[in-house]
Design a binder for this molecule. Structure first.
Ligand code: TDO
Length: 191
């Protein structure tokens, strides 16, 4: 695996070293020891699959409030997505900055997302499947979100958004004079 830290500390792209032969290829996507060598101590509590019928489908920008924050390891196993993560750690030098990556079945790239990040994606083709490994149990009452079109975040989505849930369309933009969602992301709250 090729484990590369992104511009947001603690978030990594994970590329597969493919062993190619006439049948196709084989490669590792997760290894406890290799992760640990990069300081990543990831144990899987749940795995989820997201199927998306249409190109232009947006899911996000989601996070779980501490103490139920989630670590996610995301990969696109069919089709392609424009994947975006946002640093919500108030103490971080890259607070509220985002990073994007194209994840596709062709490139087999994965994204490792630490706790206290928001995550979302836009499908780039029809029939796209996204596979997650998640480090913590799901706490439905701890879910929160940010608006994908928030001018403060300034995410340059590469396609028009044509399919989105009502919940995701209606997340409030960040309030610059104090936002309760962001206030709840600090280290004390996550302790
Ligand atoms: C996220 C989640 C949802 N659900 C249920 C709640 C609901 O009835 C149904 C669909 O949930 P949602 O609309 O939240 O699904 P979705 O919008 O696909 O939510 C996902 O979006 C991406 C961007 C992420 O990063 C994921 O962690 C997750 O938040 O599935 C679970 O049972 N377990 C889970 O872990």
């Amino acid at each position: 695996m090729i484990v590369t830290e992104t511009a947001l500390a603690g978030a990594y792209t994970i590329d597969v070293e493919r062993h190619e032969d006439e049948r196709g290829h084989f490669g590792r996507v997760f290894c406890t020891d290799e992760f640990a060598a990069h300081g990543l101590h990831f144990t899987v509590a749940q795995a989820s699959l997201s199927y998306n019928r249409r190109s232009g489908t947006l899911r996000g920008m989601h996070f779980q409030f501490p103490p139920d924050a989630e670590t996610k390891y995301v990969r696109c196993t069919r089709g392609a997505i424009f994947d975006v993560i946002i640093d919500l750690r108030p103490e971080s030098p890259t607070y509220l900055r985002h990073v994007s990556a194209i994840l596709s079945a062709n490139n087999s790239r994965g994204l490792y997302i630490p706790k206290r990040f928001a995550h979302g994606f836009l499908t780039l083709v029809d029939d796209t499947e996204v596979s997650y490994l998640i480090g913590e149990a799901y706490a439905p009452n701890a879910s929160g979100g940010l608006n994908y079109a928030d001018p403060l975040l300034a995410i340059a989505w590469p396609l028009p958004i044509t399919v989105i849930s009502e919940r995701d369309r209606n997340w409030a933009p960040i309030a610059v004079d104090g936002d309760d969602r962001l206030a709840r992301m600090d280290l004390l709250a996550s302790a």
